[in-house]
Design a protein around this ligand. Structure first.
Ligand code: FDA
Length: 284
């Protein structure tokens, strides 16, 4: 799939391109519209520590070029891309090198949250590196039962959180299964974050979640500059435009690179209409 020209064209709705230059060009044009970005170099679950080191170096290059170009951008990483499946200590060192560069550039590294098999290890690494360099934050998934406790603990430590619903298939023992329960928890956690979090990110395309956030911020007189909305590149551009025109801060998550297949499949799985979109374009 990843080397097929046709498949690449179909995925281009969600993926900025194959190279860092492609991603920076997208970042530049979004910045011109008043939208910040976070760059994601695709490639989770690497197969060796050499590949993990190559990912780290790609991200260091990204931070250097973001800085050189003066873009409003940071980076999002996955620990399975930094070698956590092979060696936790080596993974820690890889992330540490990147966070040092981010701190030097007054930038920021967001550690995406993967399946629940990684939650403890991810929070441990982020908490430790945050205490040493500050320029790192994490993601909390509203579908996990444990998330309220994690949010409270991270807020106490002043660690920046991106709140999302969660994108992995989890067993019922650890995660809410019904959308209504996930949404209810999302709103609950959003309120905690807006009141006690450090510059939280509310990451969703769900109009109901966005409306609740707007309502709560207005009711508590929380300034639009105290938090940001985040959305994925290519999804609900109508809502993106509306938020910016209303004066909210918006950051788009920009994936780029050759290894786009798992990311693309999660986006298809989230929304059956995307499969229809894919099928229509295949016929075309
Ligand atoms: P929901 O899935 O309920 O969708 C609400 C509406 O949004 C839909 O009705 C549709 O209109 C639109 N929509 C949503 N997904 C769409 C799609 N794929 N295509 C087209 N329209 C779509 N997850 C995770 O587990 N770990 C992480 O680190 C991150 N990081 C992350 C960063 C950012 C910036 C965002 C926006 C999301 C994530 N996610 C994530 C993914 C997240 O957990 C979740 O899977 C998706 O955002 C979809 O959930 P929504 O909140 O959009 O709501």
């Amino acid at each position: 799939m990843e080397t097929s020209g046709l498949a690449r064209r179909l995925s281009s709705r969600f993926i900025a391109g194959e190279t860092l230059a492609d991603a920076l060009a997208v970042a530049r044009s979004l910045n011109a519209e008043g939208i910040s970005v976070t760059l994601d170099h695709l490639g989770e679950n690497v197969a060796s520590l050499e590949e993990a080191a190559a990912s780290r170096d790609e991200y260091i290059r990204a931070l250097d070029q973001i800085q050189a170009a003066g873009l409003s951008a940071n980076v999002s990483i996955k620990l399975t891309q930094f070698g956590i499946d092979f060696d936790e200590a080596a993974c820690y060192e890889n992330v540490e090198l990147l966070v040092k560069v981010a701190a030097r550039h007054s930038s920021f590294v967001r550690v995406d949250m993967e399946s629940s098999a990684y939650t403890d290890r991810t929070l441990r690494l982020v908490t430790d590196l945050h205490a040493r360099y500050a320029a790192i934050g994490v993601v909390i998934q509203a579908y996990l039962y444990r998330s309220e406790r994690d949010v409270e603990s991270l807020c106490r430590q002043g660690i920046r959180i991106r709140l999302c619903k969660g994108a992995y298939l989890e067993p019922a023992g650890v995660a809410y299964e019904r959308k209504a329960d996930v949404d209810r928890n999302f709103v609950h956690l959003m309120k905690i974050l807006l009141e006690t979090g450090v510059y939280p990110a509310i990451a969703t395309h769900d109009q109901a979640m966005i409306a609740e956030t707007e309502r709560f911020a207005a009711a508590r007189q929380i300034a639009p500059s105290a938090f940001e909305f985040q959305m994925l590149y290519g999804i609900r551009r109508d809502i993106q435009k509306r938020l910016v025109s209303k004066g909210y801060r918006l950051r788009l998550y920009i994936p780029y690179g050759k290894a786009w297949y798992p990311y693309f499949m999660r986006r298809l799985a989230e929304r059956p209409a995307n499969v229809l979109f894919l099928a229509r374009n295949l016929f075309r």
